[in-house]
Design a protein around this ligand. Structure first.
Ligand SMILES: Cc1cc2nc3c(=O)[nH]c(=O)nc-3n(C[C@H](O)[C@H](O)[C@H](O)COP(=O)(O)OP(=O)(O)OC[C@H]3O[C@@H](n4cnc5c(N)ncnc54)[C@H](O)[C@@H]3O)c2cc1C
Length: 478
């Protein structure tokens, strides 16, 4: 690679803060909220126009598959804390239906597995989530700055003094006592010269793009579904776990989702309609919004390589456009349908992973490993989305611990990592990148960051008892 030497420059200090969170996905938001609630000054920077990161990607429809699973399927909470608070807040404004239980009515061999993972999880309206996150940040006095790209660090010895930012206002630096890397891509880790790992492009889990489709004729979809059900007696039904938790506007109607193995998933009561044309499209409405179509496509590539990102945008849009063209020609329900404006950039599953003081591996997750320095827990499945588009889904047998060491880099003393880029192997990341774990590591990282400011010690020297006490006080499960 060729290089040029940039001229020396004077960079303005944009602001100073106790804790700086880089990245406003769910991990970063929860980290910022957790830190701010301890009373320290918190700043969060996000390059996009909204908070919530990739988690926001299924607006309007609400989505539960894989879903946001906070329990172990037997009713035991694995992850709660600020993540659950966000969901309750969403429920209060009609933006979520909390815990949903699926009941299998059929013994059809092709039906999805009746795993604990697929049984419990809330429906979420992702557009409402964006506003709720803005509100919660404001209430906790987190200073969040959008359209701000973190681009490097200024470091003295083992301590990061600040993060350089690029915005429409120019290049600045934010000085901070402690940094949380919640970029999903371990950007800060890479700038601070701490060890990280990244699978080769041909192994990285698939990049996924999703576009939503409007103008679908729901009446036609419903009659297609009715016909289908007349010929097939198998079904899959979703009912609320507890009627007390269902907001009034949903109480009137039972939430029923009926799903056939051939690709139709439907409602018998207008509330949830889902039709999936195998490999191409799905329509889902939870009653929170009108029926939307959702078309997705995946490609292989490296989400930290700008040429791969550009190719992925083009290939994914082309694939989705072709799918919709075909649907318009072959399915009357789609005759007048159109692609809606995108709500989110590409879904990046895996890029850089921290190589921290401990690297969580596949067996730790499979066997429900326990660690003395546990700061979060998970019970969510491995979803191996291979680059060729194939998917392998496996459940762990029991809940597993996330050790504090997996959030700490090897060298830098005032940096902690949260979210999908914590220290783990490629295979382990297929489970650890899921939202419940990401929420939990966000809370641990944010709380640790704030306590290290308060106790004026390095993150590594933080008393784990003190950290865990603070986490439990905030309803976090450790
Ligand atoms: C297609 C797809 C489907 C999924 N389905 C499920 C599911 O059903 N259930 C489940 O539990 N999980 C699912 N996941 C996984 C889950 O959604 C993500 O792994 C999780 O949301 C990651 O959260 P995060 O906060 O760690 O990272 P991200 O959501 O990636 O957030 C990182 C944030 O940091 C910002 N950022 C990055 N770099 C910088 C920088 N240098 N400066 C400033 N800002 C920066 C980004 O803009 C982003 O907002 C899915 C993922 C994909 C891609």
């Amino acid at each position: 690679m060729e290089y040029v030497i940039e001229p020396k420059r004077k960079t303005p200090v944009l602001l100073e803060t106790d804790v700086l969170v880089v990245g406003g996905g769910v991990a970063g938001c929860v980290a910022a909220l957790a830190a701010a609630r301890t009373g320290v000054q918190v700043t969060l920077i996000e390059r996009n126009r909204h908070l919530g990161g990739f988690f926001d990607t299924r607006p309007g429809s609400g989505e539960m598959y894989g879903g946001l699973v906070l329990q172990d399927g037997k009713g035991n909470w694995v992850s709660k804390g600020i993540g659950w608070e966000i969901i309750k807040r969403l429920v209060s404004v009609g933006g979520a239906i909390p815990m949903i239980k699926r009941k299998v009515k059929s013994n059809h061999p092709k039906l999805p597995l009746d795993t604990p993972n697929s049984k419990y999880g809330p429906f979420i309206d992702y557009e409402t989530l964006k506003m709720v996150l803005f509100d919660m940040m404001g209430e906790a006095a987190v200073r969040f700055i959008l359209y701000t790209f973190g681009v490097g660090v200024i470091k003295k010895g083992n301590v990061i003094e600040g993060v350089f930012t690029e915005t429409k206002s120019g290049r600045d630096v934010i000085l901070a006592k402690v940094i949380v890397d919640a970029t999903g891509d371990a950007d800060v880790v890479s700038w601070s010269d701490d060890p990280f790992d990244k699978s080769p492009p041909e192994k990285l889990y698939q990049i996924q793009g999703v576009l939503f489709v409007g103008g679908i004729n729901t009446a036609i979809v419903k009659s297609q579904i009715k016909n289908h059900l007349e010929k097939n007696d198998y079904a899959y039904v979703i009912t609320p776990e507890s009627s007390e938790e269902i907001p009034e506007r949903f109480e009137q109607k039972q939430i029923h989702m009926v799903l056939s193995a051939e690709g139709f998933e439907v409602s018998d009561d207008n509330l949830t309609v889902r039709k999936r044309t195998p490999g191409s499209a799905s329509i889902l409405s939870t009653g929170m919004r009108p029926c939307l179509g959702r078309l997705g496509a995946g490609v292989s590539g490296d989400g930290t390589n700008v040429f791969d990102l550009t190719r992925a945008e083009v290939e994914i849009r082309r694939a989705i456009t072709q799918k919709l063209d075909k649907l318009r020609r072959t399915d009357t329900a789609y005759k007048d349908s159109y692609i809606l404006p995108p709500v989110h950039p590409l879904g990046i599953r895996e890029t850089r992973r921290l190589v921290g003081e401990y690297v969580i591996n596949e067996d730790d997750i499979k066997n429900g490993a326990q660690f003395e320095d546990v700061v979060a827990k998970g019970h969510i499945s491995f979803d191996h989305h291979y680059p060729d588009g194939s998917l392998e889904h496996r459940m762990p047998t029991k809940a597993y611990d996330i050790p504090y060491r997996a959030l700490l880099p090897q060298n830098t003393k005032n940096l902690v990592v949260a979210g999908r880029c914590i220290s783990c192997t490629h295979k382990a990341q297929a489970a650890l990148r899921k939202v419940p774990v990401v929420l939990a590591t966000g809370q641990s990282a944010g709380t640790a960051a704030a306590l290290s400011v308060q106790y004026q010690c390095s993150l590594r020297d933080l008393d784990l008892q003190v950290l865990r006490r603070a986490l439990r006080k905030d309803n976090h499960i450790v």
